[in-house]
Design a binder for this molecule. Structure first.
Ligand code: ZN
Length: 262
């Protein structure tokens, strides 16, 4: 039983300020320890539930948030390969994936550090007229390999976003935002215990949760916050149609190409 774990930092229990998510600042080191503990809890739960192999994708920012000397030795670790390859090394050999420490998409009310890819520049991202954040993008990318999301942890808004798309996945809310950067948060020890239990339970959902898929072709529209960001993205990408100052469009039949505009 082979499990993929996708990680992020904003939705980890104990992380309560934007500065904790920026590498280089002192608070970031503390947040990484919380991240390591919560990811270890998810790994522990997965093995308790019957997993035999676990691959963790360390994917906040450019990866390299986890110090592997602190990590469970039974799992293996990789980094995302930039925005275009969010879920590095995912393929059809996995029996399901867990999403640990996630955040809601850009524009969500009462969501801790809501954003979609680049927080400063992305206003909205749509496929076939439906807005998707990173949670939805990951569901689609994994779904293309017939891999379902079994469980998600993060703030309440992230869990609600996931439940709308994948109602049969387990969701674990470890904090609730009031505003964009204020949270009512559990102590991380409690969050880790909830994540461990949910991860173990999630193993029993293998084969029961359907992989998330939508019909193609995929009409992708990316709306930026400023025209200058749209100017930059358009450079050397003749396949992008400029619908207006801030919105770029293209159509693809391959779900793996939905992040091509970035
Ligand atoms: Zn992140």
């Amino acid at each position: 039983m082979k499990i993929y774990i996708m990680t992020d930092l904003e939705g980890i229990s104990g992380v309560r300020r934007a500065s904790e998510c920026k590498s280089g600042l002192d608070e970031y080191q503390k947040a990484c320890r919380y991240l390591e503990n919560e990811v270890n809890a998810a790994i522990e739960g997965a093995f308790e539930g019957g997993a035999t192999e676990v691959l963790v994708c360390d994917s906040h920012g450019s990866g390299f948030n986890l110090d592997l000397k602190n990590m469970d030795k039974r799992a293996r670790y990789c980094e995302n390969n930039g925005i275009k390859e969010l879920m590095a090394l995912i393929d059809e050999s996995f029996d399901g994936y867990l999403n640990i420490g996630h955040h809601a998409k850009a524009g969500t009310i009462n969501a801790f550090l809501d954003h979609t890819q680049c927080g400063e520049s992305v206003f909205d991202y749509k496929i076939n007229g439906v807005s998707y954040g990173e949670i939805g993008q990951q569901l689609l990318l994994a779904g293309d390999y017939d891999v379902a999301q079994l469980m998600i942890s993060g703030d309440k808004a992230a869990c609600e976003e996931s439940t709308t798309l994948s109602p049969d996945s387990i969701s674990v809310s470890v904090k609730e935002a009031y505003g964009n950067n204020k949270v009512n948060c559990l102590p991380p020890e409690l969050g880790c215990e909830m994540v461990r239990k949910a991860s173990k339970e999630a193993m029993s959902l293998i084969g029961k949760v359907k992989p998330f898929k939508i019909d193609g072709p995929y009409d992708v529209q990316l709306t930026l916050t400023r025209t200058r960001f749209a100017d930059n993205i358009c450079k050397n990408k003749p396949f992008l149609e400029r619908l207006d100052g801030r919105t770029l469009r293209y159509v693809t039949n391959d779900i793996k190409e939905i992040l091509m505009p970035f």
